[in-house]
Design a binder for this molecule. Structure first.
Ligand code: P6P
Length: 338
C-alpha cells in the first residue's frame, strides 16, 4: 500500500481495497471488522478519560472467572455486543464477561465473534495499557441464533483475529492470515490509519516475559528453561532481559514488534495456567503465526487445540519462532523427579 497517500489508509479503505483482491469475499465480513474498529474507537474514548468520568473502579460484581469486574469491563463488553449485533451478520458471540454464549435473536448471520472486551482490566486504575482481543469464525450451524457448537472451535478455523491496545496510542492489529497489519488511531480525526503494514516478528530476540513470582510453583523443566535464558546458551547467543507489563495485549504487542517470548505457563496451583484459549491464546496465536512467529502450550501448537468449553484455560508460550522452539525443547524433556 502507498502509505504516502495524502489521505492515508484508513482501516475501512484498507479492508475494502484488500477485499477487491478476493472477489468471493463478502462485504459482510468487512462490515464485522469495521464494527470492531468502531467499538475500539468508542472504548478508546472511554479509556482515555477514565480518570475523569465515573468509569474507574470495580462494579462490585464478580465475573464468570471469579474476578472483580471493573466498570470499564462492563462498558467495553456492552459496546462490543451492540456494535456487532447491529451488523446483522453475527449469529453468536462469546465474551470473557459472559458465562454463556450470547445468541443473536432472529439472526441470519454467518459469523461468530469471540472476544475479551478489556484484557488487563486490573491495570485500568493505574494507567497501564489494556486491550481488547477478538476472534472471528464462520458459523458451523445451518441457521438461526448461534450456539456453543459455533463457538467451540479449533484456532486453525479462524477467519480473522486481532487486538486493540489502549496505550500511549490506540492501535488495532489484525490478520486474516494474509499478513498482520497495524492501524493507529488519530484521535483528532477519529479514524484508525495504517501505520504498521505487514508486521513480521523477528526469528529471535533477547527478551522474555513471564511472571517469575510463580517460579516456586513451576515444574523443574520450566525453571531450567528460564535459567537457560539467563545464560549465553540462548537463541540470541546472549542472556535475555525480562519485560513484564502484566497485560497480555501489551506484553504480546511488544513481543510481536520486537521479538522474544511471552509465557504464561501452567503451575502446581493452575496446571492450565491463567489465560483463556478461545478469546486470548488462539487469536493471538493466529496473529503470531501470520507474522512468522509461533504459539504453543509447551507441547502442541495453540491453533491445533479444539476448545471443549468457552472459558477453558491453556498454558501459553508465544513469540519468535526460535524462542518458542527453545522453550519447547526444555518443556518436552522427561520431568526430573525434583
Ligand atoms: P499475573 C490480566 O489480568 C491478565 O489476564 C493478562 O492480561 C495478563 O497477561 C495476566 O493476567 C497477568 O497475570 O498473574 O502475572 O498478574
Amino acid at each position: 500500500m502507498n502509505t504516502q497517500d495524502e489521505l492515508g489508509w484508513t482501516i475501512d479503505r484498507f479492508i475494502l481495497e484488500r477485499q477487491k483482491r478476493f472477489p468471493e469475499a463478502s462485504g459482510e465480513f468487512t462490515t464485522i471488522l469495521q464494527a470492531i474498529a468502531l467499538a475500539g474507537r468508542v472504548i478508546a474514548s472511554k479509556v482515555q478519560k477514565a480518570g475523569l468520568a465515573d468509569v474507574l473502579g470495580a462494579t462490585g460484581a464478580i465475573n464468570v472467572q471469579g474476578e472483580s469486574v471493573q466498570k470499564l469491563d462492563v462498558l467495553a463488553n456492552r459496546i462490543l455486543i451492540r456494535c456487532l449485533e447491529t451488523t446483522g451478520h453475527v449469529c453468536a458471540m462469546a465474551s470473557e464477561e459472559s458465562e454463556s454464549v450470547i445468541p443473536i435473536a432472529s439472526s441470519r448471520g454467518k459469523y461468530v465473534v469471540l472476544f475479551d472486551p478489556l484484557d488487563g482490566s486490573s491495570n485500568i486504575d493505574v494507567n497501564i495499557s489494556i486491550g481488547t482481543i477478538f476472534s472471528i469464525y464462520r458459523r458451523k450451524s445451518e441457521s438461526g441464533p448461534g450456539t456453543e457448537v459455533d463457538c467451540l472451535r479449533r484456532g486453525t478455523e479462524q477467519l480473522a483475529a486481532g487486538y486493540i491496545i489502549y496505550g500511549s496510542s490506540t492501535m488495532l492489529v489484525y490478520t486474516t492470515g494474509e499478513g498482520v497489519h497495524g492501524f493507529t488511531l488519530d484521535p483528532m480525526v477519529g479514524e484508525f490509519f495504517l501505520s504498521h503494514e505487514n508486521i513480521r516478528i523477528p526469528p529471535h530476540a533477547p527478551t522474555y516475559s513471564v511472571n517469575e513470582a510463580n517460579a516456586p510453583k513451576w515444574s523443574s523443566n520450566l525453571r531450567r528453561w528460564v535459567e537457560a535464558l539467563k545464560s549465553k546458551e540462548t537463541p540470541a547467543s546472549k542472556p535475555y532481559s525480562l519485560r513484564y507489563v502484566g497485560t497480555l495485549v501489551a506484553d504480546f504487542h511488544r513481543t510481536l514488534l520486537r521479538g522474544g517470548i511471552f509465557a504464561y505457563p501452567g503451575d502446581q496451583s493452575a496446571p492450565k495456567g491463567k489465560l483463556r484459549l478461545l478469546y486470548e491464546a488462539a487469536p493471538l496465536a493466529f496473529v503470531a503465526e501470520a507474522a512468522g512467529g509461533a504459539a504453543s502450550d509447551g507441547m502442541q501448537r495453540i491453533l491445533d487445540i479444539e476448545a471443549s468449553n468457552l472459558h477453558e484455560r491453556t498454558p501459553l508460550f508465544i513469540g519468535s519462532k526460535e524462542d518458542v522452539a527453545f522453550a519447547e525443547r526444555f518443556l518436552r524433556q522427561g520431568e526430573a523427579h525434583s
